[in-house]
Design a binder for this molecule. Structure first.
Ligand SMILES: Nc1ncnc2c1ncn2[C@@H]1O[C@H](COP(=O)(O)OP(=O)(O)OP(=O)(O)O)[C@@H](O)[C@H]1O
Length: 257
């Protein structure tokens, strides 16, 4: 069953066309890695699917709900972990998670119990009542992850969920995503960490300049491209490794000049 659908999606910011006719059908119960260079249009796609951006052409549905006309209904059934650690830093994690839980109509007891347990599992229990103003990027990212998952949604959108996390936390989040998938959740996420995308995704979609360049399982992409790692496939489709070497040389030459 198709649970996320994009048909002829186009999006412009003023005269800048950043998504050019994206068509996607995502099956329930899959982990989908949505990757592309900086500025390719990943966050814009995710924000449209989460009902945050309403001005676009074409159609976008999540569980058959039209995200343009019914964004609130979509927000109620999904989990969204945004790109930057954009949270209310003046709050403590406990206050912030209570705020998030309330938005999802969770009861006080459930919010309190889950907050304590989930902060403990992310090694943040001793910071539960500390304002987040001086939290590191990774600490804020952990709070955002809990906030997007606390209501146990069946569809989860994550925009660079591993950003700022240390190696141990990356392993933990990878495992959490795999177990959420095993529990039947649908996960659509963007990331720049190719080896993680390669390992955990059932399906990988590569976009560049607002267009889909490749779409399939890692094995399918690999057998089409004959290039070994996902990093090599990514570079071949969206850049040019020789060109990057030249750019690096030029960069160093400018530094030396
Ligand atoms: N609010 C905005 N107003 C104008 N242009 C925007 C806005 N948001 C994004 N853009 C532009 O849209 C394009 C796609 O941006 P987007 O953030 O979707 O890319 P991305 O693939 O998520 O990039 P990154 O990997 O760097 O996070 C970029 O050219 C960006 O400058």
């Amino acid at each position: 069953m198709s649970i996320i659908q994009l048909k002829h999606l186009r999006k412009s910011y003023d005269s800048n066309l950043v998504l050019k006719d994206i068509n996607l059908d995502i099956e329930a119960g899959q982990i989908v890695g949505y990757i592309g260079p900086n500025g390719a249009g990943k966050s814009t796609t995710i924000k449209i699917l989460c009902g945050i951006i309403s001005e676009f052409e074409g159609s976008a549905t999540v569980m058959d709900i039209d995200v343009r006309t019914n964004p609130l209904a979509v927000k109620q059934i999904i989990g969204y972990i945004p790109e930057q650690a954009a949270l209310y830093e003046v709050l403590t994690p406990t206050e912030y998670l209570r705020f998030s839980g309330k938005l999802y109509n969770m009861n006080d007891q459930a919010i309190a119990t889950k907050t304590t347990e989930l902060l403990r599992l992310f090694d943040l229990h001793d910071k539960a009542h500390t304002r987040m103003t001086n939290f590191s990027k990774g600490m804020k990212q952990k709070v955002l992850l809990i906030s997007g998952l606390i209501h146990n949604p069946s569809i989860i959108f994550l925009d660079e969920p591993l950003s700022g996390l240390d190696a141990n936390a990356v392993i933990l989040v990878k495992e959490i995503l795999s177990q959420l998938k095993a529990a039947g959740k649908t996960i659509f996420y963007s990331s720049h960490i190719m080896d993680v995308v390669e390992k955990i995704s059932d399906r990988i979609i590569i976009i560049d300049k607002g267009e889909v360049k490749a779409d399939g399982s890692f094995n399918e992409l690999q057998s089409n491209a004959h290039l070994g790692s996902l990093e090599n496939i990514f570079t071949a489709l969206t850049g040019n490794s020789n060109q990057q070497q030249n750019t690096a040389n030029e960069f160093i030459n400018v530094l030396k000049s």
